[in-house]
Design a protein around this ligand. Structure first.
Ligand SMILES: Cc1cc2nc3c(=O)[nH]c(=O)nc-3n(C[C@H](O)[C@H](O)[C@H](O)COP(=O)(O)O)c2cc1C
Length: 232
C-alpha cells in the first residue's frame, strides 16, 4: 500500500505522534510512505492569478513546489492529512497548500485515480476543535473525489505529547489500532457513494455548457466524462 502523508505541521507533537501510530499500525511488507511537512514543503501563499484553473497547473508560479506533493497524492492508495487545531481550524500552512489543490476539486479537474483512494484526517486540540479540523480536511478529500475517508479527532487536554498521561496514550493506541484495521479492510474496495456520484454528475452537466474555461472542459472531454464514462 502506498501512503502519502501531508503533515500540517513540522514539529513532532501530539498530532504527528498519533499519525505515526497509524503508520505503524498500517505497516505491511509492501507499504511505501511518502511524507511532506508544512511549512517546510508549503508553497508561498496563493497569489490569486487563477493560472492553475485557467491555463493549467504547470502555469502556477509555485508549481515546482506544489507538483511533487500532488504527484505523491495521486500515486497513493491512502492519503493522510493531519493538523493540530489552531483557532478552531487547520494550520495556516496546511490551508496554504490546500489552496493550491483547488484545481483538482470536482468542479474543475479531478484526477481520475482519486475515485479509488481512501483518506484519513487526523487532528488534535487541547480542548475543542479537533473534530472541526477533521471535518474540514474530509471536505477536501470529498471534493478531490476520494470516495471514502476516515477521521481521528482527539481533544487531548495537553499542549504537547509529553504532557499526555500514559493511560490516555494507551487508550489512543487502542482507538488507532481499531481504526487502522477498518482502513485496511476497505483498502482496494472503495467505491463512490451517492453523494460523490451526484456531485460528479452535476459537475458534468456544468462542463457540458462550459464555454468559460477550456482547460477544465478539455480535461473532462479527454477523460471521456462528457460522453458517458465515469472515473470509477
Ligand atoms: C496557535 C494555536 C492555536 C490553538 N488553538 C486551539 C483551539 O482553537 N482549540 C484548542 O482546543 N486548542 C488549540 N490549540 C492547542 C493545540 O491544538 C493542541 O495543543 C494540539 O494538541 C497541539 O498539537 P501538536 O502537539 O501536534 O502541535 C492551539 C495551539 C496553538 C499553538
Amino acid at each position: 500500500m502506498k501512503i502519502a502523508v501531508i503533515h500540517g505541521q513540522q514539529h513532532k507533537g501530539s498530532t504527528y505522534n498519533i499519525t505515526k501510530l497509524f503508520l505503524n499500525k498500517l505497516a505491511g511488507e509492501n507499504r511505501e510512505i511518502v511524507e511532506f511537512f508544512m511549512p517546510r514543503d508549503t508553497p508561498p501563499s496563493c497569489v490569486g492569478c487563477c493560472n492553475c484553473f485557467m491555463k493549467g497547473e504547470l502555469k502556477c508560479p509555485h508549481a515546482e513546489i506544489v507538483q511533487p506533493v500532488v504527484r505523491a497524492i495521486e500515486e497513493a492508495d491512502l492519503v493522510i492529512l493531519d493538523s493540530p487545531c489552531y483557532v478552531l481550524g487547520m494550520t495556516g500552512q496546511l490551508k496554504t497548500f490546500l489552496d493550491h489543490m483547488g484545481y483538482r476539486w470536482m468542479p474543475h479537474r479531478p484526477h481520475p485515480q482519486m475515485f479509488r483512494k481512501i483518506g484519513l484526517a487526523v487532528s488534535t486540540a487541547a480542548g475543542a476543535g479537533a473534530k472541526k479540523v477533521t471535518k474540514e480536511l474530509r471536505r477536501h478529500f470529498f471534493y478531490w473525489g476520494i470516495p471514502k475517508s476516515f477521521s481521528y479527532a482527539k481533544n487531548i487536554r495537553a499542549t504537547n505529547w509529553e504532557m499526555v498521561p500514559a493511560k490516555k496514550k494507551a487508550r489512543i493506541e487502542k482507538e488507532v489500532t481499531r481504526l487502522a484495521a477498518k482502513i485496511l479492510k476497505r483498502q482496494g474496495k472503495v467505491k463512490p457513494g451517492m453523494k460523490t456520484k451526484a456531485i460528479f454528475k452535476l459537475m458534468g452537466l456544468m462542463q457540458k455548457s462550459n464555454d468559460w474555461n477550456p482547460a477544465d472542459r478539455e480535461h473532462w472531454v479527454k477523460n471521456g466524462w462528457l460522453s458517458g464514462k465515469n472515473p470509477w
